[in-house]
Design a protein around this ligand. Sequence first.
Ligand SMILES: [Zn+2]
Length: 114
Amino acid sequence: MTRNQLDHYREVLEQQLTSIGETRNQQQEEFVEGRESVGTSSEDKATGLETMEVDSALADSEFQLEKKIRHALLRIEQGSYGICESCGAEIADERLKAKPSVSLCLPCQKKHEA
Ligand SMILES: [Zn+2]
């Protein structure tokens, strides 16, 4: 992988990290607003609870993605970005373009999911 490509992926990854941070701030604001507007009837409370659970599931997957992105950025620094962590093969460019935070090549990812 060339220096230019690495720079490009680092930029994309950093942008993704920033947008995750922004989404989180927004969600926290909405959460506070949601609490303030929760009604006194039990029905309203139940609805509020469901929304909270969905939010936390979403935050969870974002947390996982954030971890992956940080990991990928670290690998750029270490010079091992774009190399499959399982078999050491180069990860296809198309795959990195679609999802710059991947750390496994397609065959290994499939094995992993199976
Ligand atoms: Zn592999």
